[in-house]
Ligand binder design. Structure first.
Ligand code: ADP
Ligand code: MG
Length: 693
């Protein structure tokens, strides 16, 4: 249960004065639906209104606060002309300019003969001084209130700066004083303020620097967020460790048979990773290991061999893939090996319904299936194993890592192996998986040819099509990737369907089309035809990026490559160069191409090392954005910026480890405060892993 002291912050934004149901969706779009979201909505700059010159000294283009007397009103005489009000001090006069100004309101605000404080951007226009739509008009008693530094917030259409500022002020007023969850000595050393002080000072920056730079207040809040992230991950993990696993040690007889049936020997990286997995499985604590390896690095066979160990002990194993296509592909790859080993293999996906599904479930419960492959259908409630000992999750880069970990925490005490093809930089890995054990397949199977990558302007599309034609005549198989289909809002996007029509006109029946809107069965049918060589050109949206293996494919064309994330381009390119023939990748870009976009495509051209690509992208764009954060399941941070706070992340990890060593149930004084921190950053699920709730 969330501590009561946080309830005001988790109320909907409509709990704030002046925010009604009509405004709520705008706030939700801007920052979030809850009051707490507004606390995290930080200023992007300031307006300094402390400058208070005489009228004659008011400089063009600057924000100034003036104390002036109202001389006269000049209501507009036509809808095109603005309403003007003349004001002056002893040094000169100026006009306030109002388009569509309402006379009754303006006369009330600016009574002739009275003194008013005016603040806004001064303009010199036709040798006269004016302020159009001043930001403030107040009686002179309120001068001090106006002469301040105002935060400027990022806005969204329909919300004014004044409204947002007011709402954030109101949200801050609801922020309670919370017990300190950070270590006192650490705070001291860093010279960081308390949580409440940090919030207050971030929302009341004294100057532009304070609003935009990495101040102690900003770092304090960033560290809070990172600590919540690292602590939550460490807690989920600790819980998994607590639930005793079982020692799985096989006798190797199945593994030997499967290895005998493989047409290749394992790479060094595969053998090393397998040894690491074996060691984990052999211990009594539960395995939670990440197998990280580029596309084509050979993760599947490692997973299979690990699963065979589980089966050798008389237990069952399961492997989940992110898509139907992939699950079927794993099934096709594994079937002959399973047969060679003499084990019973089954496939379960969302498409299996009725009687056939019943039969699989019965066999599974009776222990007549040793190894089950499938999609997330494996997690459905009525899927019961007789004795599941190892679960492999092939998430490629589609699954939410957090959800999976949490699922694992809920499940029975099975060993878990998570496979990912996302070349996540080490810093980001930490945010997604915490301090997880990692095996890396950093060596490709032998015989792979490097992919010859070219960066080509879209203007040369005809040449590219002609080259593709020649390749196809020579028997090649070609992927042609288009960025979007139909859902494109901007019509200049080359829709896959249109490209398919074009290419079909040139190359006839040999061109297939697959996109995300197709039914799974239709998708599979097209993929199968491409794999069988009936289609030689496959026009596709990014649905092919997830792990499909057609070793005969040697050409990859990507239109508008500049619109893809680097990780995505890397995944796509990984579809070719899988066989022993030389492969090519053509990255077509549209104009204009910015500096960063150019540099990114250049990286793609220069290297095939996914880890290097990811590191470079992080450096170039500073953030998890390039990984397609939502796609990869990497957490997004509100306050921390990993290109800035990488070292804070490492400190948060160490701190989280220390905290759980000393007080695993978060029962001490700091522990209680840390629970509040976890709720504050909505890591409620982690708190639920605690034995004492
Ligand atoms: P990943 O899942 O990591 O993208 P896969 O497991 O699909 O990669 O393997 C890619 C291809 O490489 C498959 O065709 C597989 O049979 C082959 N392969 C795997 N390991 C080796 C190896 N040690 N030597 C040669 N080929 C291998
Ligand atoms: Mg794979």
């Amino acid at each position: 249960m969330r501590p009561d002291c946080l309830n005001p912050l988790f109320a909907p934004v409509t709990a704030l004065p002046g925010v009604g149901p009509r405004m709520a969706p705008l706030y939700e779009k801007l920052a979030g639906a809850k009051v707490v979201d507004l606390l995290w909505h930080l200023p992007s700059g300031v307006i300094d209104r402390r400058y208070c010159p005489k009228v004659a000294d008011a400089p063009d283009g600057k924000v100034a606060t003036l104390v002036v007397e109202v001389d006269a009103h000049y209501p507009s005489d036509s809808p095109k002309r603005p309403y003007r009000v003349r004001l002056s001090d002893e040094t000169g006069f100026l006009h306030l300019v109002f388009f569509h100004g309402r006379e009754d309101w303006l006369r009330k605000q600016l009574p002739v003969g009275e003194t008013r404080v005016i603040s806004g951007v001064v303009e010199h226009f036709n040798n006269e001084i004016q302020i159009t739509h001043p930001d403030h008009i107040v009686p002179v008693e309120q001068l001090a209130e106006v002469m301040t530094v105002e935060p400027v917030y990022p806005l969204t259409a329909g919300l004014t700066g004044r409204l947002v500022t007011k709402s954030i002020r109101a949200a801050l007023a609801k922020a309670p004083d919370l017990p300190e969850w950070q270590d006192a000595a650490w705070l001291d050393r860093q010279n960081w303020p308390s949580w409440h002080q940090a919030l207050d000072s971030l929302h009341s920056p004294v100057d532009e620097w304070a609003a935009t730079q990495d101040t102690p207040a900003r770092r304090r809040l960033a560290f809070d967020e990172l600590l919540a992230n690292q602590l939550a991950l460490a807690m989920v993990r600790a819980q998994m460790r607590r639930l005793k696993g079982r020692a799985l040690v096989g006798d190797g007889h199945l593994r030997a048979k499967a290895l005998g049936a493989l047409p290749f020997t394992l790479t060094g990286a595969q053998s090393r990773s397998l040894a690491e997995i074996d060691a984990d499985m052999a211990t009594e604590s539960r395995m939670l290991r990440l197998l990280q390896g580029d596309v084509g690095s050979g993760k599947t066979v490692v997973a299979l061999l690990a699963m065979l160990t589980a089966v050798e002990t008389g237990a069952q194993a399961a492997m989940m893939a992110p898509t139907e296509i992939l699950a079927r592909q794993h099934f096709a790859t594994i079937s002959p090996l399973a047969e060679a080993a003499g084990i019973r293999l089954a496939l379960l996906t969302g498409r299996d319904k009725g009687k056939p599904r019943e039969r699989i479930l019965q066999a599974l419960a009776a222990g007549e299936v040793d190894l089950l492959l499938g999609t997330h259908a494996l997690f459905q409630e009525d899927v019961a194993f007789k004795d599941l000992a190892l679960a492999v999750i092939d998430e490629q880069h589609r699954f939410g890592v957090h959800q999976r970990l949490e699922l694992a925490a809920k499940g029975v005490a099975v060993d878990m192996l998570v496979m990912t093809a996302t070349p996540i930089p080490r810093t980001l890995l930490l945010t997604a998986y915490g301090d997880m054990d990692v095996s890396r397949l950093d060596e490709k199977p032998p015989g792979r040819q490097p992919v010859d990558t070219r960066v080509v302007p879209l203007a040369r599309l005809d040449e590219v099509a002609a080259a593709v034609g020649r390749a196809v005549d020579g028997g090649a198989r070609v992927y042609w990737v288009c960025p979007l289909v139909e859902e494109s809002e901007t019509s200049d996007l080359a829709a896959a369907e249109e490209r398919h029509r074009d290419l079909s006109q040139q190359f006839g029946e040999r061109v297939g089309l697959v996109h995300g809107r197709m039914k799974p069965t239709a998708k599979d049918a097209v993929m199968e035809k491409f794999a069988a060589g009936e289609f030689q050109i496959l026009v596709a949206t990014t649905v092919i990026e997830v792990g499909v293996d057609v070793p005969e494919a040697t050409v990859m064309v990507i239109e508008h490559a500049e619109r893809f994330g680097l990780a995505q381009l890397h995944q796509l390119r990984g579809r070719v160069g899988r066989g022993d023939k030389a492969s090519r990748c053509l990255l077509l870009y549209g104009h204009p191409l910015g500096e960063v976009a150019k540099a990114r495509l250049e990286i793609m051209r220069a290297t095939e090392d996914g880890f290097r690509i990811a590191e470079e992208d992080l450096r170039l764009r500073g953030g998890g954005e390039m990984l397609g954060t939502r796609q990869s399941g990497l957490p997004e941070f509100r306050l921390a910026d990993l290109s800035l706070h990488g070292e804070l992340l490492a400190a948060a990890r160490d701190d989280a480890r220390l905290i759980l060593d000393r007080d695993p149930d978060l029962k001490g004084r700091r522990g209680e405060a840390l629970r509040i921190l976890l709720y504050l950053f909505e890591r409620d699920a982690a708190v639920r892993t605690l034995r004492s709730g």
